[in-house]
Design a protein. Structure first.
Ligand code: FES
Length: 348
């Protein structure tokens, strides 16, 4: 029996290591030449203290000075002592550079390039060493745009177990990736991808989920839904509701995938809305107009949002106006054509 441990560093880079039965996280990381912070290795100093985002483990032996009961209850842990009892996701104090664990670059090949409208591309890629490219649903990769010295970041819309990788790319006027996709890209081209990156990923589902997506911000949420549908960890008995907002009808993509997830995940429902008042959609306006009180569950809900900065601000104002704060609010802001998306977690 072995388990996958995702080590998520403060600079947004995630590395995966494998722990065998009865092996501590520290030993598994060491075996993979990843230097997460250590000192005593004996549960006495607390130097290795990390935060467990998801999974089960035996915390091992340690003294209160290294980890208090209160900290342990909140999810803090000591990698030098803990032994995994399932796959784990750990937030490690420090950067990947400090741990000599920089992101990995993969050579990907375009296997399909299709367009939903003239403004959103679906890019499917294959990598030779696919099993080595592990990622958490919700994370993204940095793309080196061929023929330029520019990088762009895109979230996976496919799940972690899919054999090929899929990304949704919104075009931007004169954008480096837009120009490449529209003028030069062809099946068979190779693209260097670096990652995985980001702290916007699906945690253990311990309460109802409210997912909010703006435009191509639907991509990481599709990846999460695929992971849930695959029945891997984490699985859910809790309601999951997604509200997807776009500006114009032509911006609506992957509704068939959402229908599919609604048919295979018993607890999943979704709605969508279009801001344009000329839209033919039943729901016009913005996502906050379609959040119902049952979706908020009196605040006992984990909210996941991926969308433009204005949407993040609007939703925050909405929580304030309602006087309800989700137990956890995980969000990722993106700007079309930007080189990197900011990711943050807020425990509201
Ligand atoms: Fe000292 Fe883990 S290294 S408690």
């Amino acid at each position: 029996m072995s388990y996958q441990i995702a080590l998520s560093f403060e600079d947004g880079i995630t590395r995966f290591v494998t722990a065998n039965a009865y092996e501590t996280v520290a030993d598994a990381a060491y075996k993979s030449r990843i230097n997460i912070p250590f000192d005593c290795r004996d549960g006495a100093c607390g130097t290795c203290k990390a935060f467990c985002e998801s999974g089960k483990y035996d915390g091992g032996d340690y003294i209160d000075e290294a980890l208090t009961e209160d900290e342990a209850e909140k999810g803090f842990c000591l990698p030098c002592q803990m032994v995994p009892e399932s796959d784990l996701v750990l937030q490690i104090s420090g950067t990947s550079e400090m741990a000599k664990a920089g992101a990995t670059t993969f050579e990907a090949t375009i296997t399909e390039l299709s367009w939903f409208a003239d403004n959103t591309a679906a890019l499917t890629l294959a990598v030779d060493n696919r099993p080595d490219l592990k990622f958490l649903p919700g994370q993204y990769m940095n793309f080196a745009v061929p023929g330029t010295d520019t990088a762009r970041s895109y979230s996976f819309s496919s799940g972690p177990s899919a054999s090929e990788l899929r990304f949704l790319i919104r075009t931007a006027p004169d954008g480096a990736m837009t120009t490449y996709l529209k003028e030069r890209a062809a099946v068979g081209d190779t693209l260097p991808l670096t990652g995985p990156m980001g702290s916007f990923f699906l945690r253990d589902i311990k309460r109802p989920l409210l997912m909010l997506a703006g435009g191509t911000g639907i991509a990481p949420l599709l990846s999460m839904l695929e992971a849930i549908a695959d029945g891997g960890e984490p699985v859910s008995a809790h309601p999951i509701h997604l509200i997807y907002g776009v500006t114009f009808d032509k911006d609506l993509v992957e509704l068939d995938k959402l229908e599919h997830y609604a048919s295979v995940i018993d607890t999943f429902t979704f709605d969508y809305c279009v801001a344009d008042q000329e839209s033919t959609a039943g729901n016009k306006g913005y996502v906050t107009q379609y959040i119902q009180s049952e979706h908020l569950n009196d605040g006992d809900v984990d909210a996941y949002l991926c969308g433009p900065p204005a949407m993040v601000d609007a939703v925050r104002k909405y929580w304030d106006a309602q006087g309800i704060a989700p137990t956890n609010f995980y969000y990722e802001r993106f700007a079309v054509g930007s080189a990197a998306s900011a990711t943050a977690k807020a425990a509201a």
